[in-house]
Write a protein that binds this ligand. Structure first.
Ligand code: NAP
Length: 259
């Protein structure tokens, strides 16, 4: 299926590794030029080069922390008028809410709620004027099924989801959609980091815990960044203009509800 987005431009945040990288690769395969960001220069440059080899599209790598004003300014200077915006950043650390300070909360809100909103604010009116825009927020399955030790994530992502629920109904008449992609367990550095944290608490090795968790999923495995990227690319496609304000859970069927 031709997704109808060849020649478009995407800003993909936090894309040197993991889910952001999966989205960047899938969009590049569809002929979308990219600006990708991350804090670490080496991994980002390596990913940019990998994508250039995968698809003959322009890939610009911008090093910076997307959760800061400077990081966002650098990303937007390289990509002031994206047709596609993929909002992503590292997730907050796990822990017990009794130990979190106001600063911990502000950091989580900055990265996982206010940064996506700032980037939407900077780009959505241009999309509306050009009559095409696709915004995908990478959030978490925790939006539907909160994860006890990830309270900072549960709170910040639900805030973003609530904001987008309203805005996405105002932009869709202009062919600008905003949706959330909710990852369940995907095999990335982030997942492996959480395994280390939880394995320690349970007195298991991270490998033992990963095996148990994968077997407990209805799919009997974790998801891949390629699967995540493919779903993202479809939401960004020309065919997806009637899908907005949705929160697509990708978790191998782990969420036990019907809706
Ligand atoms: P990952 O494998 O750790 O990759 C994170 C990527 O984001 C890296 O490229 C990292 O590069 C970049 N990054 C992190 N913080 C950044 C920042 N402030 N500014 C710019 N770039 C930044 O993580 P992932 O598994 O892909 O997770 C992506 C998001 O999905 C996270 O918010 C995570 O909490 C959420 N999520 C993941 C899963 C899962 O199973 N993997 C499940 C639920 C939710 P640098 O470190 O060099 O900046």
């Amino acid at each position: 299926m031709d997704l109808g987005i060849r020649g478009k431009t995407a800003l993909v945040c936090a894309a040197s590794k993991g889910l952001g990288k999966g989205c960047a690769m899938a969009l590049a395969k569809e002929g979308v030029s990219l600006v990708i960001t991350a804090r670490g220069k080496d991994a980002l440059e390596a990913t940019a080069e990998e994508i250039r080899k995968l698809a003959s599209v322009k890939v610009i790598a911008i090093t910076g922390d997307i959760a800061t004003t400077e990081g966002r300014a650098a990303a937007l200077a390289a990509c002031p008028n994206p047709d596609i915006l993929i909002n992503n950043a590292g997730g907050p650390p796990p822990g017990d809410f009794r130990s979190w300070s106001r600063e911990d909360w502000l950091k989580a809100l900055d990265a996982n709620m206010l940064t996506p909103i700032e980037l939407i604010k900077a780009t959505v009116d241009g999309m509306i004027a050009r009559k095409f825009g696709r915004i995908v927020n990478i959030t978490s399955g925790a939006v539907k099924m909160p994860i006890p030790e990830l309270g900072l994530s549960n709170g910040a992502r639900t805030g973003l989801t609530g904001f987008v629920a309203g805005l996405s109904r105002q932009t869709v008449a202009h062919n600008v959609t905003i949706n959330g992609l909710l990852p369940g367990p995907f095999d990335t550095d982030r997942l492996r980091g959480n395994m280390v944290f939880n394995a320690k608490k349970l007195g298991k090795t991270p490998e033992e815990l990963a095996k148990t968790r994968a077997e407990a999923n209805p799919a009997k495995r974790f998801g891949t960044i390629e699967e995540f990227g493919a779903a993202c690319a479809f939401l960004c496609s020309a065919h997806a203009g009637f899908i907005t304000g949705q929160n697509l859970l990708m978790d191998g069927g782990a969420f036990p509800g019907t809706l």
